[in-house]
Design a binder for this molecule. Sequence first.
Ligand SMILES: CC(C)(COP(=O)(O)OP(=O)(O)OC[C@H]1O[C@@H](n2cnc3c(N)ncnc32)[C@H](O)[C@@H]1OP(=O)(O)O)[C@@H](O)C(=O)NCCC(=O)NCCS
Length: 194
Amino acid sequence: MSAEIRICTEEDTKALVETIRKSFQDIVERFGLTQENAPRHPANCTMDWIRNDMECGVTYFAIEDKNCIVGCVALEQANSDVCYLERLAVLPGCRRRGFGKALVDHVLSEAKHLGVNCVSIGIIAEHTELKDWYKRLGFVEGESKEFPDLPFGVTVMSYDTKKSCRQCAQPDAVEHVSDRCRSESRGRREGKRV
Ligand SMILES: CC(C)(COP(=O)(O)OP(=O)(O)OC[C@H]1O[C@@H](n2cnc3c(N)ncnc32)[C@H](O)[C@@H]1OP(=O)(O)O)[C@@H](O)C(=O)NCCC(=O)NCCS
């Protein structure tokens, strides 16, 4: 794989939105997601979401192949202990070439530099291939929860950056992830973002 990963700026906002929306289309179809039942799902991503994320300190990375963005991921530091990996997306025509793994590895390495103990991600609980993939990348399956206002269950997976062979303590992770898929007004934390 000869692709390069770079940090994104506001100039990348449009390309990031296109990449995220296109990449999550298969998830939309498979799990019956709509603007109504999962308004904050990445498939409905807008330029405002990305700008807002960046203003709030979320770092976006893009992976480029032949100078074109083929995938992206976001890293949010929740506190001194935990980072969230979010918006991981690789364009359908560019999958199974290692871009997804490269993005995850990059974010894990960034998180280690930040000194956090844990990188956490929330996935659709029924998405078994994805769950298995994260396990192969070193993530451990954590809590799963159903939410009455979401059309899917959420499973939290965590990566222990210090490899202390324990599951990371992250009591609010599943709520954080489910909030990301709810309405803007309900999900926005501290009046800023979800
Ligand atoms: C998950 C995703 C980023 C992986 O990207 P990628 O570039 O294909 O990843 P890699 O090439 O590093 O790894 C490919 C592996 O992904 C696994 N995989 C993950 N999700 C999968 C899915 N829905 N269907 C099939 N395989 C999947 C496969 O096991 C595959 O391994 P294999 O080729 O040995 O069978 C990409 O499938 C994607 O963008 N999916 C839609 C958005 C999404 O679900 N994002 C994650 C949100 S938490």
